[in-house]
Design a protein around this ligand. Structure first.
Ligand SMILES: [Zn+2]
Length: 165
């Protein structure tokens, strides 16, 4: 479990979420970008939240070496299913995708997409989390739906948990 303190909230990311990103990282020259939703729950009586689930690339998505475009329909259907199965406790909390670089940075396209998601997503959370999985490390950003600010909050090597930067 990765635990990120940010302002007065705590964001936890369970190991299996990092694991799936690690498994899909583009460590071979022919690997394409992958991505999906981050899914989890807001803990009662706080703004703290835990990311424990995800969606992964569906056949309708567009995947190339330098681009991943997630189509809404199939991922939303998976989210609906998980919402029902969890007795309406899990929800959409952000996005993950991979990059073919050791040390991942967001592209102009990424930041535009993240800003759009902060404005348009339907979820109970005040924040969204964005993860880019590079080849050697991954980075985590948090975006505020209130003011649109996006901040880098964590970077980690795969297989290492609870280590703050
Ligand atoms: Zn990207």
């Amino acid at each position: 479990m990765i635990s990120i303190e940010w302002g007065n909230i705590v964001i936890e990311i369970e190991e299996q979420v990092i694991k799936v990103i690690q498994n899909m990282r583009q460590d071979s020259p022919t690997d394409k970008e992958s991505g999906g939703m981050l899914i989890g729950s807001i803990l009662t009586d706080s703004n703290d939240f835990v990311i424990r689930d995800y969606t992964f690339p569906q056949k309708e998505d567009y995947q190339s070496r330098y681009r991943f475009i997630r189509r809404e329909k199939s991922h939303n259907a998976l989210l609906q299913k998980k919402w029902k199965e969890s007795n309406n406790t899990v929800m959409y909390l952000g996005e993950w995708h991979t990059h073919p670089e050791m040390d991942p940075h967001y592209s102009l396209q990424d930041i535009r997409n993240w800003r759009r998601l902060l404005r348009k997503s339907k979820t109970f959370s005040d924040y969204l989390v964005f993860i880019i999985g590079g080849i050697s490390i991954y980075r985590v950003w948090i975006g505020s739906r209130e003011n649109g600010d996006i901040e880098l909050v964590y970077e980690g090597a795969y297989n290492e948990s609870n280590k703050f930067n």
